[in-house]
Design a protein around this ligand. Structure first.
Ligand code: SF4
Length: 290
C-alpha cells in the first residue's frame, strides 16, 4: 500500500511505473519528476522508463479494509508498451478483490476500449480519461464506448474551457488546476494556471474566467446526472487557492468502498481532515476571500 496526497482516492497501487508524455496535460507530470529524481534507487531503478513490478501485484490481497485505490498513479495502465499478458494479471487481481474499488485513469482510451471489448472488466474497476483541453475531447467519446460499470473524467490540469459537452453516461467528473513550484514562473501560470499569485495578499487567487470554466463543468454535471468533485484550484501546491467554488466544496463521488450504495461525502471529509492547511489557506477556507 502506498499513501497518497490525491484526495479523491485512498491509496495508490503501482504494479507498473514509467510512462511517456502524450499530450499537454503531461508537460509537468509529477510521476516523471519523481521517477527521474529517484532514478537508480530501489523504487525507480529505470527512472521513468517502463518498469514492471510483479512483486507489487498481490498487494491488494494484503489490505484488511475495503479501499479506494488509484491504479498506476506513476504510469498509464493502457500505455502500449505494457505487455498485454501483464495487463491481464492486473485485471485478475482487481476481479479477485471485489472489496476494493479501483480507479484506472488513462490518456490512452483507445487501448482501454479495445481491452474492455476483449476482456470483461469487473464492476469494481472504474474507467476514466483525462481531458485537459478541447483537443482531447475525443477521449470522452471513446470512453462512452468503453464497457465499464463506472466511467469518469479527470479534467486536471484543466487548460481551457471545454465548452458545451455532454456528460451523459459519465458517472463522475473531477476538476482541478495545475499545481507545483513551476507555477511560480509567471510565464507558466499565465498560460497553464487557473490561479494568479497576488503579491499584496500573498495568496493564490482563482482567475475569474477560469472560475467560469469550472462552473460550466459543474453545471453540465448537474444537468447530466454526473457526480462532481472539484479537487483544487492549484498554485504552488495543490490546494494553494483552496477548493471552494461559489462558497461550496464539491466532494461528490459515485460510490465508496465496502458499500454498494451511492455517494458518501463523510468519507472524503475523513481524508481531508488529515491534510495540513497553512494559516493563509485557513483564512481562505473561512471565506475571507469569497
Ligand atoms: S500519461 Fe500520465 S503518467 Fe504518463 S506522462 Fe502523462 S501525466 Fe505522466
Amino acid at each position: 500500500m502506498e499513501k497518497t496526497g490525491i484526495i479523491w482516492t485512498e491509496k495508490t497501487w503501482n504494479p507498473v511505473t514509467g510512462c511517456q508524455k502524450i499530450s499537454q496535460g503531461c508537460k509537468f507530470c509529477y510521476a516523471d519528476t519523481i521517477a527521474k529524481k529517484y532514478a537508480g534507487h530501489a523504487a525507480f531503478p529505470n527512472g521513468f522508463d517502463l518498469t514492471l513490478r510483479p512483486h507489487k501485484m498481490r498487494d491488494p490481497f494484503k489490505w484488511d479494509e475495503p479501499s479506494l485505490v488509484f491504479v498506476n498513479s506513476m504510469s498509464d495502465l493502457f500505455w502500449e508498451k505494457i505487455p498485454e499478458e501483464y495487463f491481464v494479471q492486473v485485471l485478475e487481481v482487481m476481479k479477485k478483490t471485489p472489496q476494493h474499488e479501483y480507479q484506472v485513469l488513462t490518456k490512452r482510451p483507445e487501448l482501454m476500449l479495445e481491452y474492455s471489448l476483449k476482456y470483461e472488466f469487473p464492476e469494481n474497476m472504474w474507467c476514466g480519461v483525462t481531458i485537459e483541453d478541447k483537443k482531447n475531447l475525443h477521449r470522452l467519446e471513446i470512453l462512452k464506448k468503453v464497457r465499464a460499470k463506472i466511467k469518469f473524467i479527470s479534467a486536471e490540469p484543466l487548460l481551457e474551457d471545454l465548452g458545451s459537452i455532454s456528460l451523459k453516461g459519465i458517472d463522475w467528473i473531477i476538476t482541478g488546476g495545475e499545481s507545483g513550484f513551476h507555477l511560480w514562473k509567471r510565464e507558466v501560470s499565465l498560460v497553464r494556471g487557473l490561479v494568479d499569485y497576488d503579491k499584496d495578499t500573498k495568496l493564490w487567487i482563482p482567475k475569474p474566467h477560469c472560475i467560469e470554466w469550472i462552473r460550466n463543468l459543474r453545471d453540465i454535471a448537474k444537468r447530466d446526472g454526473t457526480f462532481f468533485f472539484h479537487k483544487q484550484w492549484g498554485g504552488s501546491f495543490p490546494e494553494a487557492a483552496g477548493r471552494e467554488l461559489d462558497g461550496k466544496t464539491y466532494n461528490e463521488m459515485p460510490k465508496y468502498p465496502g458499500d454498494k450504495l451511492e455517494i458518501n461525502n463523510e468519507y472524503l471529509k475523513h481524508i481531508e481532515g488529515k491534510r495540513v492547511i497553512d494559516k493563509k489557506q485557513e483564512s481562505f477556507h473561512q471565506g475571507k476571500l469569497f
